[in-house]
Design a protein around this ligand. Structure first.
Ligand SMILES: [Zn+2]
Length: 97
């Protein structure tokens, strides 16, 4: 009893803000995954390299974006720009069956 809890109702860490630090790109993507599920949208990687991770909404004309950068002397990524505003119709993506 209570040993395996698979359902997480609310992840306190699933919020994103400018200036936020992430140990790695993987951690950042995982959090964005949680975030996108909660807010019913899909995202994609626009650009990813050693020092930059640029994520955008799956819809091409949407304004939602997240840019994280890593400086040479550190190992972590930091959110440089986060526009948490959708101009795409979210409801149509997440339609009910
Ligand atoms: Zn969008």
């Amino acid at each position: 009893m209570g040993v395996s809890r698979n359902l997480v109702e609310d992840e306190p860490t699933s919020m994103i803000y400018k200036g936020q630090f992430f140990p790695s790109k993987k951690d950042l993507k995982r959090l964005v995954g949680h975030f996108a599920l909660r807010h019913n949208f899909k995202w994609k990687v626009k650009r990813s390299n050693k020092t930059t991770l640029h994520l955008v909404c799956l819809m091409d004309n949407c304004t939602w974006k997240l840019i994280a950068v890593r400086r040479d002397e550190v190992t972590y990524f930091q959110v440089k720009s986060f526009v948490n505003k959708h101009t795409c119709p979210l409801e149509e993506i997440h339609h009910r069956h």
